[in-house]
Design a protein around this ligand. Sequence first.
Ligand code: FES
Length: 106
Amino acid sequence: MIDVEVAPLEELPDRGGVRVEAAGHRIAVFRIGDDVYAIGDRCSHAEASLAEGEILDATVECPRHGAEFDLRTGAARTLPATRPVPVYRVEVDDRGVVHVFVEEPS
Ligand code: FES
């Protein structure tokens, strides 16, 4: 497992996303207040960056065709997407820095 240091929590936009690339993974990291979520950045419907989507409660709306994905499970909640996106483990350390954990490439 690779530990990817993202940024201090306070530097992430509240109710916004940032894109992180590590070990071949393209990850969208979202902050909602003190909560942080990390899911696959690439929409499962077509090519779009979910990090650029709008947060609605605990979902993000794809900026291209509007499918909504659950930030906790990666599940596609609305069409046109039907497949989930990956979910990554995320932690905030005791310095307040956000980390995302990704599988090592095989
Ligand atoms: S590219 Fe995301 S819903 Fe179509």
